[in-house]
Write a protein that binds this ligand. Structure first.
Ligand code: NAG
Ligand code: NAG
Ligand code: NAG
Ligand code: NAG
Ligand code: NAG
Ligand code: NAG
Ligand code: NAG
Ligand code: NAG
Ligand code: NAG
Ligand code: NAG
Ligand code: NAG
Length: 592
């Protein structure tokens, strides 16, 4: 007994010691319960998806290289997957939370996501990826702070303020799905929410009484970092704060050259950090506005989110008209100057101590070019579908990498065309056969009539060019080969193109999608399968112990999945596990 107690004591001691030993990569644990709650953000009661009872959900806040474990409990009435957009999940597409790589978490079940935010910093957000659920909520912010040893390229702000903006319907995601399934467009949203709340009543005709709005409390003279995310369905939003400049400093994991803007366009799925200095005289509060962009604003007037910036020395409420939006909507060339002006600060350090510009992407030879063209939705087999290169993606029943590992034949096809084929559009399980360690150029050609955001999981890409018209080989002459921003979600103007360069160094299967929810739902996505032909057990992680099986592999699914806190801690940390085993064995020998 004494011996047993002694070893137990030792064991506990060793666990503590080991966790100290691995202190440079600490763990952060979260428990997320996704459930419906009833709220009335626009004055109409509706069921929204809350995380731990909150809408929007809690912030996931860590530091470069943290190991994050998030136990997601599905208390909804339909399948769920959570995706952590922009987190690169290095070698670990098992945790990506999209249908091509993960089996869904069924109602009443849970799944613990475990990943390391390796070599990353910046502002991102998570959301449920299935069934149009993001239209009902379930989203929240992800912050990855710099390690203490790496200075941020600006003075430490006096506070960190998260702002989630997005278009919103008073109908829930199941009702919106029904509309889309019937082949109709969703039409104009009912409003814009800011942090889950409706507009401040800046105009008594436009905004009904009794709507709860968001207030940001600040102190005069201080500078805050505003992290702004467009978590909406499909509307590009113009973000602005009355009387205040927005100093752009970061987007989706890279520090930008610092520039002031009076307003900034944020497209669906994008994240930005701005520094805002409270340098006004506070004779009143100030409006913070997110309004629909590239639409007829007199028709879309109600699609405007309004919150309040309240100085602690404010002398009264905000009054009068909202700050005016950009007046260039019918001159898109001028609007495109803004995204083109987003440059990477090449001398600033990011997640690593070396300068962000030390990866000289401009001098690397391109190995493959893919032209991905999107067209307006078309009918395929009687159903409205959206396509990329004429293919409307159908999710495999068995996730791609699981199918590979278990030799499931025909789960998907590796035949996604590398340019538009102009053949009859079709629905298919076609995936891009990409080459590991390739350096590829992807041309996103938007031949649809609406602004699109294109996102790729597992990667950040360099946005080297953007223009109107058709991309041609000579478009390459104007690429930014020096300080293009590296990010994970780029806008593609209607009737225009965006060119990105991607270094394919992250093994796995990664979703490439249109972030606009309606088009994504209709099939405007595919995957890139990037596999090391000389896989030696190092370039890709093995599936986690708690992997969920479905489709052709359904029979492998264990009924109950239980694991103690310690095994949880050990999954994915073989070094720690080894240390433990060795010490236990050693202690047995020492004491017997
Ligand atoms: C969504 O709305 C529909 C129609 O209004 C309603 O029948 C359904 O119960 C709602 N679903 C959820 C999950 O709130
Ligand atoms: C995130 O964590 C950092 C340090 O751990 C803390 O300074 C910061 O206030 C936190 N931010 C939020 C939004 O919780
Ligand atoms: C489900 O949650 C329990 C704890 O509540 C945990 O022990 C178990 O590992 C989780 N299941 C999965 C598949 O992650
Ligand atoms: C409120 O909005 C309506 C509709 O756009 C407009 O006619 C009216 O002038 C606005 N009222 C004020 C006080 O600005
Ligand atoms: C941005 O504007 C602020 C005033 O709001 C000013 O103090 C600052 O110098 C400007 N910064 C740059 C880089 O233009
Ligand atoms: C405060 O600033 C506003 C806007 O710049 C200006 O119109 C007003 O006159 C100022 N008030 C005082 C008391 O300085
Ligand atoms: C915006 O819509 C209004 C109302 O339908 C219309 O009168 C106006 O001409 C439109 N503006 C433009 C620039 O198309
Ligand atoms: C770039 O980052 C450096 C820190 O390395 C900073 O001193 C400089 O002001 C930044 N430049 C711009 C234009 O933002
Ligand atoms: C890139 O391509 C050029 C021309 O094809 C060739 O001369 C050069 O050696 C290549 N550079 C590298 C790094 O492979
Ligand atoms: C995928 O590409 C590799 C070369 O990168 C090639 O060897 C393989 O045959 C391709 N697979 C298919 C199914 O086209
Ligand atoms: C919206 C858009 O870009 N439409 C273009 C699609 O492509 C055809 C021909 O390739 C053009 O004529 C359209 O203007």
């Amino acid at each position: 007994m004494a011996l047993f107690r002694m070893s137990l004591f030792l064991l506990i001691h060793i666990v503590l010691l080991s966790s100290l030993y691995f202190a440079e990569d600490p763990y952060a644990f979260y428990d997320f319960k996704l459930s419906y709650i009833t709220v009335s953000p626009l004055g109409v009661p509706q069921q929204v998806i809350a995380v731990n009872g909150a809408f929007p959900g809690p912030v996931v806040n860590g530091t470069t290289n943290y190991n994050v474990a998030i136990n997601v409990h599905n208390q909804l009435d339909e399948n769920l997957l959570m995706t952590w957009a922009g987190i690169q999940m290095r070698r670990n597409s098992w945790q990506d939370g999209v249908l091509g790589t993960n089996c869904p978490i069924q109602p009443k079940k849970n799944f613990t996501y475990q990943f390391q935010v390796k070599d990353q910093i910046g502002s991102f957000f998570y959301f449920p990826s299935l069934n149009f659920q993001r239209a009902s909520g379930g989203f929240g912010s992800i912050i990855i702070n710099n390690r203490n040893i790496i200075a941020i390229p600006f003075a430490q702000p006096d506070g960190d303020i998260v702002i989630m903006i997005g278009d919103w319907y008073t109908q829930n995601h199941t009702a919106l799905r029904t509309t889309i399934d019937s082949g109709e467009e969703l039409g104009m949203p009912d409003g814009v929410l800011i942090n889950g709340k409706g507009p401040y009543r800046y105009n008594s005709t436009l905004v009904p009484d009794g709507i709860e709005y968001e207030t940001f409390n600040v102190d005069p003279g201080k500078t805050y970092r505003f992290r702004v995310h467009n978590v909406g369905i499909s509307t590009s939003l113009n973000f602005r704060i009355q009387g205040h400049n927005l100093l752009l400093v970061e987007t989706e994991g890279h520090y930008t050259t610092q520039q002031n803007f009076t307003s900034f366009d944020i497209h669906v799925g994008q994240s930005y950090s701005f520094l805002v200095t409270m340098d006004q005289n506070a004779t009143t509060d100030y409006y913070l506005v997110a309004s629909a962009r590239f639409v007829n604003e007199s028709v879309w007037e109600r699609v405007t989110g309004v919150a309040i910036l309240h100085y602690s020395n404010s002398k009264g409420p905000a009054t009068g008209p909202l700050p005016v939006p950009p007046t260039d909507i019918y001159n898109q060339w001028s609007a495109m100057n803004q995204p083109r002006a987003i440059r990477q600060n090449t001398t600033a350090s990011g997640a690593r101590p070396n300068p962000q510009g030390s990866f000289h992407y401009g001098s690397i030879n391109v190995t493959d070019t893919y032209v991905l063209q999107s067209l307006p939705p078309v009918r395929i087999d009687g159903k409205l579908r959206a396509t990329l290169n004429g293919i409307s993606f159908v999710n495999p029943d068995t996730p791609i990498r699981l199918a590979d590992l278990h030799n499931v034949e025909g789960a998907y096809k590796l035949d996604f065309p590398n340019k538009p084929l102009y053949r009859t559009p079709q629905m298919d399980r076609s995936v891009i056969n990409a080459t590991y360690k390739g350096f590829i150029e992807v041309i996103l050609q938007n031949n649809d009539t609406r602004m699109q955001s294109i996102h790729m999981d597992g990667y950040a890409f360099f946005v080297v060019g953007m223009d109107f018209g058709q991309w041609t080989e000579s478009s390459r002459n104007n690429y930014n080969k020096w300080d293009a921003i590296s990010r994970c979600t780029t806008e593609v103007y209607p009737g225009g193109w965006t060119a990105v360069l991607i270094s394919l160094d992250n093994v796995g299967v990664w979703n490439l999608r249109v972030e606009n929810l309606d088009r994504w739902y209709l099939g405007q996505e595919t995957y890139m399968r990037i596999i090391n032909p000389e896989e030696n057990g190092d370039t890709e992680m093995a599936p986690p112990d708690n992997v969920i099986y479905c489709g052709a592999l359904q029979s492998l699914q264990k009924e109950s999945q239980s694991s103690s806190a310690i095994t949880l801690l050990l999954i994915g940390n073989s070094k720690l596990f080894l240390t433990l085993v060795i010490t236990i064995i050693a202690s047995i020998f020492t004491f017997s």
